[in-house]
Design a protein around this ligand. Sequence first.
Ligand code: GRF
Length: 220
Amino acid sequence: MAGKLRLGVLASGGGTNLQTLIDRSRDGSMAAEIVLVLSNNPGAGALKRAAEADIPTACIDHRNFDNREEYDREVVAALKRSRVELVALAGFMRLISGAFLEAFPNRIINIHPALLPAFPGLHVQRKALEYGSRFSGCTVHFVDSGMDTGPIIIQAVVPVLDDDTEETLSARILVQEHLIYPRAVQLIAENRVRIEDRKVRIEPPISTPNAALCNPPLNG
Ligand code: GRF
């Protein structure tokens, strides 16, 4: 179909978020077509998922490059060849260089398994548990030059339970990741997302002013 947003997905791992983006693009709930799946890791499950869905893949192994700039040049060239309009990082375990950001200004998004700005970086589900947070969740944000610091598009909140392990909390968060990532792409595809300073505005606005969660609950 003409007019669909051309999406490139970068993934290093198993690719469950990629799978969700594939599924939502195919069931019509996300007006984007994944035109390229690119990985730095030849063994990435994401590459297998893409191949099974007949989506073009590229593997550019970072170990074959001397520095990040050279590596990113190749990645940008591959994305441009596929005429990618929006880049979605889905478990892509690489920092993005300035030249990559300049090639796709405000056109790179990432999903992070914590409620930013709390817990940027790695192993964040464990960090939320160790800290004793009562809530955690996930964030889709634009990528800027910082580590998980870009403007926030959408977040989902989950409770942290007393008997949670890193695995159970991660699984609870992942369920929400699979809901909010396609939603963020859809909002961008509908051209409803604006960045003002470091804030994202959704147009027309949608809000839930009385939405509140307590953990533990107020009663019980
Ligand atoms: C997800 O938790 C995502 O938030 C993080 O990396 C993980 C990727 O998982 N950035 P998957 O490969 O999509 O299953």
